[in-house]
Ligand binder design. Structure first.
Ligand SMILES: *Cc1c(COP(=O)(O)O)cnc(C)c1O
Length: 223
């Protein structure tokens, strides 16, 4: 069972700050997803291809917006292009090219976020600022018609040191603002900064997040 009161309080806190909530349902029982959907929630996220496919199959009749937030391999892209509403984790031009190709086949435009590496951990994926600039300035990038770059995504270091987390989120927001100014000023859709999870979402909001990706706080511990 989900604590719906807690969910509603979170929703209120977020909407006061104009922040959208992506409920990360990975490795959670499907009953809990349905419960949250029945409470009016539409945006859900998964971090694995198999997970997303399974959810989509089992929840076909529901008008859910599916977000993909995990590391994505190019050869797997084709499995999600039909159903996915936004991909948060684009970390290379080659991947973006592939998403564009598959989206074209489906005759659709897919919303994407570029994932930036902001943490002090080796394990996390993403591009650094220089690589992001290279990607955005590349000729290829401008020829892609079936992807829409809606902003940036990042994950902070997993640490209790809030100063570090704060600094990383501030940096991501700053890069977003600079990119908006330099490259996307006339693109209304470049407006998202996807940052903040159960443990650090409050800091993320303070630092200008527009989208938080929250799992355990809503659903409880994962299997
Ligand atoms: C699992 C996951 C989340 C949610 O994490 P919680 O700590 O459960 O809130 C957010 N973003 C990504 C990319 C994830 O993989």
């Amino acid at each position: 069972m989900i604590n719906i009161d807690k969910y509603k309080k979170l929703k209120d806190e977020l909407s006061t700050n104009n922040v959208n909530l992506i409920a990360i349902s990975k490795r959670q029982p499907i009953e809990k997803i349905i419960e949250l959907y029945n409470a009016g929630h539409k945006d859900f996220g998964e971090n694995r291809i198999e997970g997303l496919q399974e959810r989509v199959d089992n929840l076909k009749d529901k008008d859910i917006n599916w977000h993909f937030v995990g590391h994505l391999q190019r050869n797997k892209v084709k499995h999600i292009t039909k159903q996915v509403s936004m991909i948060h984790s684009v970390d290379s031009l080659r991947l973006l090219n592939k998403i564009n190709t598959e989206a074209e086949k489906q005759d659709r435009i897919i919303d994407c976020l570029l994932q930036m590496y902001i943490a002090k951990e080796e394990a996390k994926f993403g591009l650094d600022e220089k690589e992001l600039k290279q990607l955005i300035n590349s000729e290829d990038f401008h020829s892609l018609k079936n992807v829409r770059i809606c902003g940036l995504m990042g994950m902070a270091t997993n640490t209790d040191d809030t100063d570090i987390v704060k600094k990383e989120f501030k940096y991501l927001r700053n890069v977003f603002d600079n990119f908006k100014e330099s490259y996307f000023l006339n693109h209304d859709y470049f407006k998202e900064v996807s940052m903040g999870m159960s443990n650090d979402y409050k800091i993320a909001i303070d630092e200008g997040s527009t989208m938080v990706r929250i799992g355990t706080m809503i659903f409880g511990e994962r299997d």
